[in-house]
Design a protein around this ligand. Structure first.
Ligand SMILES: NC(=O)c1ccc[n+]([C@@H]2O[C@H](COP(=O)([O-])OP(=O)(O)OC[C@H]3O[C@@H](n4cnc5c(N)ncnc54)[C@H](O)[C@@H]3O)[C@@H](O)[C@H]2O)c1
Length: 254
């Protein structure tokens, strides 16, 4: 019996990268998955899951919008009847900004998607999860929610916020049977990283230096994060809540 049989998952930012890999892995483990994203390419990822024998749907959804959250939660309930697993994954890198000249609009955009988006996910999907008798929330933070990086103050602030928002939610929702954990990927080979590097003249040198900063001497693969997410979603993680699961090739061990 697949370990997530009978469960329903909502995965944000599922059109690409880590979110798409997580959706595929959750579906392979037997969950029905509502993929959501601002990018309609999520439709193709859902179609691929269905073609492989899984259960999936797609809903267009901006995680910074409370109205879109209401629509996405309603879509999950209409299509699959319940929500057991919420993966708050959608996020943006938001570009490089020196603090000395940081634009407030850029700061707010990064915080609204990466941090407000997670809050809204908890706020809107939480009641449905409580009604289902409990479940598992997996919030995608980052190594940059644990250690800083120059030029990425808003991103670090957003991901540090996700780390502690997750712990506060874990405490508040333990009595409801809802576990809440954060996942902290190192640099993962996805469009988010590749587009940021492609936008820099010194992109190739930065890529080599970043890989070398991981003791395992490479970037992670999206499915390696998808595997960690599926573990936290499953009953194998039944006693894990308020935890930080670091999947970073050793980056933060130094
Ligand atoms: N790639 C990495 O190295 C890395 C490392 C640590 C953490 N993360 C985090 O993992 C998550 C996924 O990143 P990824 O690397 O797969 O990036 P990605 O760019 O491949 O995928 C992110 C997805 O989120 C979607 N998205 C962006 N803004 C959105 C919004 N407002 N509402 C809904 N969807 C939106 C995009 O359309 C895209 O499909 C992000 O939260 C990111 O911060 C990534």
């Amino acid at each position: 019996m697949a370990r997530l049989a009978g469960k329903v998952a909502l995965v944000t930012g599922a059109a690409s990268g880590i979110g798409a890999a997580a959706a595929r892995r959750l579906a392979r483990d037997g969950a029905a998955v509502l993929l959501t994203d601002v990018d309609a390419a999520g439709e193709d990822v859902a179609a691929g899951i269905i073609a492989a024998g899984g259960r999936a749907g797609f809903c267009r959804h901006d995680v910074a919008s409370p109205d879109d959250w209401a629509t996405a939660v309603a879509a999950a309930l209409a299509q699959f009847g319940r929500i057991d697993i919420l993966v708050n994954n959608a996020g943006i890198a938001g570009g490089r900004h020196e603090l000395i000249s940081h634009d407030l609009a850029a700061w707010r955009q990064i915080l609204s998607i990466n941090l407000d988006g997670v809050f809204l996910g908890l706020r809107h999907a939480g009641p449905a999860m409580a009604a289902a008798g409990g479940g598992s929330v997996i919030n995608i933070s980052s190594i940059l929610g644990k250690v800083g990086m120059g030029g990425a103050a808003a991103y670090c602030a957003s991901k540090g916020g996700v780390t502690l928002l997750s712990k506060a939610a874990a405490l508040e929702w333990a009595p409801l049977g809802i576990r809440v954990n954060s996942v902290h990927p190192g640099f993962i080979d996805t469009p988010l990283v590749n587009n940021a590097l492609a936008g820099r003249e010194d992109g190739n040198e930065v890529r080599v230096a970043l890989m070398a900063a991981h003791p395992l001497a490479r970037f992670g693969r999206p499915q390696e994060i998808g595997d960690a997410i599926a573990f936290l979603a499953s009953d194998e993680a039944a006693f894990i809540t308020g935890a930080e699961l670091v999947v970073d090739g050793g980056y933060t061990a130094q």
